[in-house]
Design a protein around this ligand. Structure first.
Ligand SMILES: C[S@@+](CC[C@H](N)C(=O)[O-])C[C@H]1O[C@@H](n2cnc3c(N)ncnc32)[C@H](O)[C@@H]1O
Length: 230
C-alpha cells in the first residue's frame, strides 16, 4: 500500500516542506534524513513507503536472466522492501540509503534479512563499490534529486556496474523537464542520458502501474558490455 501524508492547500507535505528548506540551503539531499527522523518520531509519513515490493520490479525480475552468483545493489532502498524482494530470489543483495534512520528502519523491519544494508551517498559512493555489482536497481531515487545533481547521480549509478551487468531504472514520466519538485519526474531525454559508451539501452518502455490506476512509469533496462573500459 502506498502511504500518503497529510496535504492541504495551506500545508505542504512533509517531503516538500523539508525539501524546500534543504534546497534553500543548497543541500539537495539534506531533506531525506529529517523526513525519516520525523517518521520515526511519528510526526510525518514517508510518502513512498510500501508494504509490498514495486510491482514493476516484481514483473521484470520474473523474466530477467540473472546469472548464478550475481551481486545486486538496490539504490535508495529506504526501509528495504524492494531489496528484500530481490534477496528473496536468491540473489546476493546489498542496499543503501543516505538516511541512517531509514537504514536502521530497514534492519528493524527485517531483523533476519540476508541483505547487507549500508548508509552511503549515491553522489559520492564508496570506492570499493566501483564496478562491483551485476544487477543494479534504481527505483525513483534519481527523480527525488533536483535536476542540478541528476548527471552526478547517473554517473554514480554507472560506476556501480560490473562488466556484463544489468541496470534497471524505474521512474515517473514527464513530457517536459520538471521544475517544481520533489519529485522531478524524468523525460525521455533524461532516460536516454543513462546511455554512455559503457552503457547500452536494452529496452525502454512506459508501463502502466498496477498500484496506481491510470498512471505509467518508465521501466528502462541497460547493459554494461563485458569489455567496457571506463
Ligand atoms: C523517492 S525515495 C525511493 C525509495 C525506493 N527506492 C522506492 O522505490 O520506493 C528515494 C530514496 O533514496 C534515498 N536517497 C536520496 N538521495 C540519495 C543519495 N544521494 N544516496 C543514497 N540514497 C539517497 C532517500 O533517502 C530515499 O529513501
Amino acid at each position: 500500500m502506498v502511504k500518503t501524508g497529510p496535504m492541504t492547500d495551506a500545508q505542504p507535505s512533509a517531503d516538500r516542506r523539508l525539501a524546500a528548506q534543504a534546497l534553500a540551503a543548497n543541500d539537495p539531499t539534506g531533506w531525506f534524513e529529517p523526513l525519516y527522523a520525523e517518521a520515526a518520531a511519528g510526526t510525518s509519513v514517508v510518502p513512498w513507503d510500501r508494504d509490498a515490493p514495486n510491482p514493476l520490479l516484481v514483473e521484470w525480475l520474473r523474466t530477467a536472466a540473472v546469472p548464478q552468483g550475481a551481486r545486486a545493489m538496490v539504490i535508495g532502498c529506504g526501509y528495504g522492501t524492494d531489496a528484500e524482494f530481490v534477496a528473496s530470489r536468491g540473489i546476493r543483495t546489498t542496499a543503501f540509503d543516505i538516511s541512517p534512520t531509514a537504514i536502521r528502519g530497514a534492519r528493524a523491519r527485517f531483523p533476519h534479512s540476508p541483505v547487507t544494508y549500508k548508509v552511503a551517498d549515491l553522489l559520492d559512493p564508496p570506492p570499493s563499490w566501483r564496478h562491483a555489482f551485476d544487477l543494479v536497481i534504481e527505483s525513483i531515487t534519481v527523480q527525488s534529486l533536483p535536476p542540478e545533481v541528476r548527471s552526478l547521480a547517473i554517473t554514480g549509478i554507472r560506476g556501480l556496474l560490473a562488466p556484463d551487468a544489468t541496470l534497471l531504472v524505474i521512474a515517473d514520466i514527464s513530457k517536459t523537464p520538471a521544475t517544481h519538485g520533489p519529485p522531478w519526474p524524468l523525460t525521455r531525454a533524461d532516460i536516454d542520458s543513462f546511455t554512455a559508451p559503457d552503457l547500452t539501452p536494452v529496452r525502454i518502455e512506459t508501463v502502466p502501474r498496477p498500484d496506481a490506476s491510470g498512471l505509467h512509469r518508465w521501466r528502462a533496462e541497460f547493459h554494461r558490455p563485458r569489455q567496457a573500459t571506463h
